[in-house]
Design a binder for this molecule. Structure first.
Ligand SMILES: [Mn+2]
Length: 270
């Protein structure tokens, strides 16, 4: 693994850490603004935040031991090879530390497909995926391309070890609605059982709060709305998290800072 950047005040080796972050800067199927540097700018925004959380009176850097696993060496324009590398890297991380809590920074949303499939192979049990997004991402293909940031959710439904919950959806197609109905995709956090994984497309927020995203969509969630939902699933059953579709291109822009706050709150509440 390539260790490229120092994000946390104190870092531990992977086998001694409790939390790891992994960047996956793949954006080859992105149709809007490039999200290639999301992992870089989310890391930079994390450096800007104090570890102390006023609400819980905890410092996340005292509460947990961190290890930055760097970025996956993605292959631009080649999802097959990139998917393989994501899968191998995640398995390598869990081989080193089976108890690690991973947080993934995109890149585009397609990376979540590889991440979640790898996690179900590793955990060998059913995982409830809570997918925050403006978009369903359930198209079987887009412009003739099977694997894209608009289709990843459809392919995830082939994984029999996941249950999908979608929150914040406000853009879809008749075809995707049919698929959502067929697979009984829920839009509530009620009655969740077992392990939980959270995938956050930052365009779930209203563009007022998160303007730097690949494909912004008006009439989105407000910050309090999102964080009150997120808080409900930050417990011992949460096994991982991803933050994707951040198109920031400067240090400490609004969307990267919001993503960094999601990172911090999840760890403060966990
Ligand atoms: Mn989206």
């Amino acid at each position: 693994m390539l260790h490229t950047i120092r994000t946390f005040p104190f870092e531990y080796s992977l086998n001694k850490a409790e939390i790891t972050v992994l960047g996956i800067p793949f954006d080859s199927t992105e149709t809007g603004k490039s999200v290639k540097y999301g992992s870089l700018f989310i890391r930079e925004a994390i450096k800007n935040l104090p570890g102390f959380d006023l609400e819980t009176k905890t410092n996340i850097y005292e509460k947990f031991k961190f290890a930055d696993s760097g970025d996956v060496e993605v292959v631009p324009g080649n999802w097959n090879l990139t998917e393989k590398k994501i899968n191998e890297t995640i398995k390598e991380i869990f081989k080193e530390n089976p108890k690690i809590f991973p947080i993934f920074f995109g890149g585009e949303h397609l990376i979540s497909l590889a991440v979640i499939n790898a996690l179900t192979e590793i955990k060998k049990e059913k995982i409830t995926v809570i997918h925050f997004d403006a978009h369903r991402d359930l198209m079987p293909e887009f412009l003739g391309e099977k694997f894209s940031h608009i289709t990843w959710g459809n392919h995830l439904l082939n994984n029999k070890n996941i249950e999908l919950i979608q929150l914040g959806i406000r853009s879809s197609s008749p075809e995707e609605e049919k698929t959502a109905k067929k697979f009984k995709i829920k839009n509530t956090l009620k009655n969740i059982k077992g392990k939980v994984y959270v995938s956050v497309d930052l365009d779930v927020f209203d563009p007022v709060f998160a303007p730097e995203v690949g494909t912004p969509e008006p009439f989105g969630m407000k910050q309090h709305e999102f964080f009150s939902l997120l808080k409900k699933v930050c417990n011992k059953n949460l096994i991982g998290l991803d933050l994707v579709e951040c198109s920031s291109d400067k240090i400490n822009t609004q969307t990267a800072l919001l993503a960094a706050n999601i990172f911090k709150k999840v760890l403060a509440w966990k």
